[in-house]
Ligand binder design. Structure first.
Ligand SMILES: Nc1nc2c(ncn2[C@@H]2O[C@H](COP(=O)(O)OP(=O)(O)OP(=O)(O)O)[C@@H](O)[C@H]2O)c(=O)[nH]1
Ligand SMILES: [Mg+2]
Length: 176
């Protein structure tokens, strides 16, 4: 059988609870925005085939993690054999008026690397809820991403902003 000729990518969404990880995935896969917060219980899984262009398809396995500390043990089981990690980040959710420091940003990367994400896996910093950010500066997150050689994107699942660009970039990186 040649069905395995369709490239397949395992993609994780990680980041604090309520930052908008599930909404980002749903916006891309279902073209919908969900206003009501329904926390992910442990890990959500879904797979979908996308057309890259007239000739090529890609199969994406979405592993959407809860950001809740109580599900760490469950998350740990699913980090291995990953090709792309979306490190989602929203400035206000839990960190209102606090400085986001390197320690916080590195926490998720450390967890992912400790439990099987290889150093050469593509990682993307994804600012979510761009529609709510206004004039606030995201320079520290941009700087941190640059220092860690991580691509940086700003998105709004609500307004469908930056989402297509993010996934196009992930698939392009994967196929290169
Ligand atoms: N304004 C706005 N709200 C958003 C956006 N994306 C998500 N939200 C809201 O943020 C809340 C949390 O979104 P989720 O995607 O469920 O958050 P999560 O990161 O998956 O959270 P956990 O599963 O608990 O880790 C929901 O009420 C969403 O409607 C966005 O782009 N703009
Ligand atoms: Mg979720």
């Amino acid at each position: 059988m040649q069905s395995n000729s369709v490239p397949r990518i395992k993609l994780l969404t990680i980041g604090d609870t309520c930052v908008g990880k599930s909404c980002l995935v749903k916006r891309y896969c279902e073209e919908k925005f969900y206003q009501q917060y329904k926390p992910t219980i442990g890990v959500d899984y879904g797979t979908k085939l996308f057309k890259l262009n007239d000739q090529h398809n890609i199969k994406v396995d979405f592993w959407d993690f809860s950001g809740d500390a109580k599900f760490k043990d469950i998350r740990e089981a699913f980090y291995a054999n990953t090709q792309a990690v979306l490190f989602s980040f929203f400035f206000f959710c839990q960190h209102k008026l606090k400085n986001i420091d390197d320690k916080h940003l590195s926490k998720w990367l450390k967890e992912s690397r400790d439990y099987g994400v290889r150093d050469d896996t593509n990682i993307y910093t994804v600012i979510t809820k761009k529609d709510q950010i206004g004039e606030h500066s995201l320079e520290n997150i941009k700087k941190w991403s640059k220092q860690n050689n991580i691509k940086y994107f700003e998105t709004s699942a609500k307004n469908n902003e930056g989402v297509q660009e993010l996934f196009n970039s992930i698939f392009k990186d994967f196929c290169e």
